[in-house]
Design a protein around this ligand. Structure first.
Ligand SMILES: NC(=O)c1ccc[n+]([C@@H]2O[C@H](COP(=O)([O-])OP(=O)(O)OC[C@H]3O[C@@H](n4cnc5c(N)ncnc54)[C@H](OP(=O)(O)O)[C@@H]3O)[C@@H](O)[C@H]2O)c1
Length: 345
């Protein structure tokens, strides 16, 4: 395994991280039995993975609970990253959320505590008329996070889905070790602004959705075979059930890109999932790639991919294949909402 420093923090994280959403949200991902979860976590630790990511919202706490259980007495060997939901970021709520997460995880500290999505002090109404109440200023939340840190309940502070303005404002107000963002060969929007700004703030990128929820394994030959919940991003037509971006999508270009990437992988004797993970690990600013894995076999496969050096020529070729899609999706880093409602600002 390869390890990298997480931003300016004291944490050294493995380049592959274990995403535990899959362990506790059967409605979205399907069932993962306790024995499969245990085997997947054991395989990850045996392969050198030391970062495990979860959130209070995943399965309404079930992911944190399943992760805590699966880690058991192996907890001291790993780093746990969890997330507080934006509506819980007023100081008293933040403390309560943190305490509840600690309890569900069965631990006395969260190594990386992340703000799941940006929140704001002023109430606002989005373009569709949805009302959001004001929560807190970044400075107020940071002050409370500082207290949690001083009490040893959290070790480092991170954010997630923060765009250039929010990230700059957060970094001006206090500490940020990492920005967890959606980033993969089929979604390179963060390269325009978010990654450069993250690096400028001295923070690292934690890349989620490296396999585009399975599409980058090559197992779906056409759009109709993709499970409904996994085809809601801006790549897909707004006529697809569950989408909320109101855009036309780019389904043909998406599938053409997947096929071209798969052909490239086959030509170099690899599978598409391996190429997708290996490419992501070598992108500037990325400290770790968070893959959701539902079995030991999947995590073992992903570990082998993360330590593979594809080299600069392959990197350049992959960038070229994926470029038309990058250009088509533009700079909006919100995977699920259109430019007018973009939350990654
Ligand atoms: N911060 C955020 O807002 C945010 C948002 C989303 C996710 N995340 C984090 O990122 C983690 C990863 O989830 P994701 O949504 O990003 O999805 P992902 O990692 O792109 O895809 C996960 C899915 O890919 C399939 N898979 C994984 N390894 C495979 C392999 N070797 N061969 C074949 N299929 C494989 C599995 O699909 P099957 O289920 O079909 O087996 C798995 O459920 C989550 O657990 C969570 O921790 C964070």
């Amino acid at each position: 395994m390869i390890y990298r420093q997480l931003g300016n923090s004291a944490l050294e994280v493995s380049v592959l991280a274990f995403g535990a959403w899959q362990l506790g949200d059967a409605n979205y991902w399907g069932d993962v039995s306790a024995s499969d979860a245990d085997a997947a976590v054991a395989a990850a630790i045996d392969g050198g993975v030391n970062l495990f990511d979860t959130a209070e919202i995943y399965g309404d706490g079930a992911s944190e609970q399943a992760l805590g259980k699966a880690l058991g007495d192996r907890r001291e060997r790993v780093l746990i990253a969890s997330k507080v939901s934006p509506q819980h970021c007023a100081p008293a709520d933040l403390r309560q959320s943190c305490e509840a997460s600690l309890k569900r995880l069965g631990t006395d500290r969260i190594d990386l505590y992340q703000i799941h999505w940006p929140f704001y002090a002023e109430p606002f109404v989005d373009q569709k008329g949805n009302q959001s109440p004001g929560v807190a200023t970044f400075a107020e939340a940071l002050e409370e996070l500082g207290k949690l840190k001083a009490a040893g309940k959290i070790r480092a502070i991170g954010v997630s889905n923060f765009g250039k303005n929010d990230l700059s404002a957060w970094a001006d107000a206090g500490e940020v070790a990492s920005n967890q963002i959606g980033y993969n060969l089929l979604f390179r929007c963060p390269e325009y602004e978010v990654i450069p700004v993250t690096r400028r703030c001295g923070a690292s990128v934690l890349a989620y959705m490296p396999l585009m929820q399975g599409l980058l394994t090559g197992k779906y030959d056409n759009i109709d075979s993709i499970p409904k919940l996994r085809r809601r991003s801006r790549h897909f037509s707004s006529e697809r059930e569950g989408t909320r971006h109101g855009e036309s999508g780019c389904e043909e270009l998406l599938m053409d890109t997947v096929h071209e990437l798969r052909e490239f992988a086959e030509a170099v004797g690899l599978d598409l999932a391996t190429v997708a993970i290996a490419w992501l690990v070598m992108q500037p600013g990325v400290a770790s790639v968070i893959t959701g894995a539902r079995s030991a076999a999947q995590i073992e496969h992903n570990i082998a991919a993360a330590i593979l050096d594809l080299g600069p020529a392959a990197n350049a070729q992959l960038n070229e294949i994926a470029f038309p899609l990058k250009e088509r999706l533009g700079t909006n880093c919100d995977l699920w909402q259109g430019a007018a409602d973009c939350r990654v600002k």
